[in-house]
Write a protein that binds this ligand. Structure first.
Ligand code: N1C
Length: 256
């Protein structure tokens, strides 16, 4: 069966700050399309234009997520039901996992997520330039160029969710369902019972220590989703996921 999307993590994801953002963007865009034939209807130059208009000439602390609407509307992306993987505070293990197998797809396996993953960018008032250094950090201001992009791209990814969705959360931290995360503030709110059948939480723990599925923050998560949407949670030791990463032939269903 064709998934329609091929993992492209192996491709270059370097972000030389001296090189122009445009070149990095177009190169990654074209590399993704090469590896994912289902996205061949996309035009990287057009996507770049839609992208840069979101922030060029603007105060980098005053870019609302809506600024990226034209970008999101320009990209042609097939939804992939039952295989969408959301995450919060588990970026490394999630991508080590998805890199090895095709059963789950994260936002970084879609065209815009792949292009922007690991990059920093911003504009400046009264300037036509794009910058890759000296940009505000994630928490320096709410509406910063980069954060608003991830908010908007995450919203689109969650809007496309269908069937059974999975979320990998971090059981080694005090609040696995962090109320300030993109997962909590954007994604969960957009799961619609008309399209999404169930939400399965995989709580990644350090050897049965730390938080359990009874954690109050996970109770909050359960309360937040629409009642018609089925919810389940399973605590899975990190070592079990690591085993699955080192043995890519293990069936995905056997990983947790
Ligand atoms: O705030 P988070 O986690 O809950 O965001 C994760 C959530 C995922 O489900 C993704 O769909 O939101 C999406 N997402 C990304 O795909 C992504 N790629 C890289 C959100 N943030 C993303 N980043 C970077 O990770 C981003 O630049 C910021 O620094 C972190 C946020 O991750 P988090 O707090 O662990």
């Amino acid at each position: 069966i064709s998934l329609g999307v091929v993992h492209s993590h192996a491709l270059s994801s370097s972000s030389p700050s001296s090189e122009s953002l445009k070149k990095t963007f177009i190169d990654k865009c074209e590399a993704f399309i090469q590896n994912n034939k289902s996205s061949s209807a996309n035009n990287c130059q057009k996507i770049w234009s839609a992208f840069q208009q979101a922030f060029v000439g603007r105060d980098p602390c005053n870019v609302p997520m809506e600024a990226y609407d034209p970008l999101i509307h320009t990209v042609i992306q097939d939804p992939v039901c039952n295989r969408m993987l959301f995450w919060s505070k588990t970026k490394k293990i999630v991508h080590d996992f998805t890199e090895k197998r095709d059963c789950f797809l994260t936002l970084e396996d879609t065209l815009v997520g792949f292009i922007m993953n690991g990059l920093t960018w911003c504009g400046k008032e009264e300037s036509n330039e794009t910058f890759t250094t000296g940009c505000p950090g994630w928490t320096d201001c709410v509406n910063n160029t980069v954060r608003s992009f991830w908010n908007r791209a995450s919203a689109a990814f969650a809007d496309a969710a269908c069937g059974d969705v999975t979320a990998m959360l971090n059981g080694s931290i005090a609040t696995p369902f962090s109320p300030t995360s993109i997962f909590a503030t954007i994604e969960v709110k957009r799961f619609k019972a008309a399209k999404v059948k169930s939400l399965s939480v995989v709580l990644v723990t350090k050897e049965n220590k730390g938080t359990t599925c009874d954690d109050p923050s996970l109770q909050d998560l359960q309360k937040e989703i629409e009642p018609k949407l089925k919810y389940n949670c399973k605590a899975v030791p990190e070592s079990k996921i690591q085993d699955c990463i080192s043995h890519p032939d293990t069936a995905c269903g056997a990983c947790w």
